[in-house]
Design a protein around this ligand. Structure first.
Ligand code: FES
Length: 297
């Protein structure tokens, strides 16, 4: 199926919206019920501590293990019985990895909306189906009479997992889920440029200004000036429309990621990539910015 037709077909499924409307708040409420611990756990599962999403790395475990199992199952079916224990172990390792992939994927999914949320939910449901087939397979493999059926279920699970992995590729490469939205080709200024008259930025306010081709968030908080890339690294939300928080932080209006104004680091996910920072100064009544030397602007 063409990429556009696949995404259009998924987008037209109303049941995915209904299911998402019910499930997403339930997951977010479960994290919120855990208070500070729940928030920390959510950040760990997003991969905020790594600086990139944890989910894609963990998905390699079930994909690799179940591919190994498929090869060893094939050898067994060709009469090489000695490969059977290895195949069973690979199925078990894949199931353990699938738990981690599911938890991180479900957490990342809470930070999606619209088409991304529908495609993400379908991706998760397919993977859950594949994992259930592999779990049943592992049970059936223990007895000689049911081993053949168990291997058959593995093959079915492998097909579903492969299609779901393909859908995961759409989510990343076509829908730009989990990529750094500040990594654009816009050219920042090479040196300080005036972006706003100083008197136009009051204490406790934020503005979006242009520096070269880049949109920059200007903020004045606790008597200090700050400048970050205006586009949220998570999915491109406009930071100046978010909340200016105590302790010199800003919250994105779209999915609630919180960034430090001091160094652009992620305080709370779903974002995992920090915001590029700009040096900021005042000169002749103007606020001027340029990319921070150690930053990625
Ligand atoms: S766009 Fe999702 S938190 Fe900013």
């Amino acid at each position: 199926m063409k990429q556009e037709s696949l995404l259009d077909t998924i987008s037209s499924q109303r049941w995915l919206k209904t299911a998402g409307d019910a499930l997403q708040p339930a997951v977010l409420n479960a994290f919120a019920a855990g208070g500070t611990t729940g928030k920390r756990l959510k950040n760990v599962l997003h991969g905020t501590w790594l600086g990139f999403p944890l989910h894609p790395a963990l998905t390699d475990v079930p994909v690799g293990s179940w591919t190994t199992a498929a090869v060893l199952d094939g050898m067994e079916l060709l009469g090489e019985k000695k490969y059977a224990p290895g195949a069973d172990a690979a199925v078990a390792v894949g199931l353990a990895g699938a738990v981690g992939a599911a938890l991180t994927g479900l957490t990342d999914w809470t930070g999606t909306t619209g088409k991304r949320r529908k495609a993400g939910l379908l991706h998760g449901l397919l993977n859950t189906t594949a994992a259930a087939l592999y779990a049943t397979s592992l049970f059936l493999r223990r007895r000689k009479e049911t081993r053949g059926a168990g291997i058959g279920l593995s093959m079915l699970g492998y097909g579903i997992m492969t299609y779901s992995a393909h859908l995961g590729g759409h989510l990343v490469y076509r829908m730009q889920t989990g990529v750094d939205h500040t990594a654009t080709s816009e050219t920042p200024p090479k040196d300080f440029v005036a972006v706003l008259p100083e008197k136009e930025l009051a204490e406790n306010t934020m503005r979006c200004v242009k520096a070269g081709e880049v949109n920059v968030l200007l903020a004045r908080k606790d008597g200090k000036l700050f400048a970050l890339h205006h586009t949220c690294s998570h999915q491109g939300g406009p930071l100046s429309e978010g909340d200016l928080l105590d302790d010199c932080r800003v919250r994105c209006p779209w999915h609630g990621s919180v960034f430090s104004l001091e160094d652009g680091s992620v305080v709370d996910g779903p974002a995992t990539e920090s915001q590029p920072t700009f040096e900021v100064r005042t000169h002749d009544g103007q606020i001027e910015v340029r990319p921070a030397k150690a930053g990625k602007a």
